[in-house]
Write a protein that binds this ligand. Structure first.
Ligand SMILES: [Fe+2]
Ligand SMILES: [Fe+2]
Length: 140
């Protein structure tokens, strides 16, 4: 399935909105999560929040490079007052991101946009680390 650059930029804007929402969700979950046993995870969630902001900056710069207008909309944010439910919400977000970036890398390479692909691979590797942290916390 072939793709044009305009469509790819639109998809990158949806990814950007989901990076914003991931950062906000992590800030919320890190603040709301309780329990001494979750102390290490709470620190990790704060690191994740900062890394999602880094991803948002990378995507916004790439969208601008391709003459798109970087979105300032924010995707859906999931909240809970249950520790494990928050972990599951965060893991679901990471798994969605991993699937989206795998597709996006393939699309960037179809258009021979290899620098974009390289940036997306860096983001993908970080999302996989985020997912591993959450799986560990959930005992998966
Ligand atoms: Fe991210
Ligand atoms: Fe992530």
């Amino acid at each position: 399935m072939s793709i044009d650059l305009t469509t790819l930029v639109d998809l990158l804007n949806r990814d950007l909105e989901l990076e914003y929402s991931a950062a906000i969700q992590y800030i919320n979950h890190a603040a709301v999560m309780t329990g001494a046993e979750n102390g290490d995870l709470i620190k990790e969630l704060k690191i994740h929040a900062n890394e999602e902001i880094q991803h948002a900056m990378l995507l916004a710069d790439q969208i601008d490079y391709f003459d798109g207008s970087p979105s300032v909309a924010v995707g859906a944010i999931n909240v809970s007052d249950d520790n494990r439910e928050m972990m599951r919400q965060d893991l679901a977000g990471e798994e969605d991101a991993i699937n989206r970036y795998k597709v996006r890398i393939d699309q960037a390479e179809q258009l021979k946009e290899f620098a974009l692909s390289q940036q997306l691979r860096t983001i993908l590797a970080m999302e996989q680390e985020h997912a591993m942290d959450l799986k560990q916390a959930l005992g998966k």
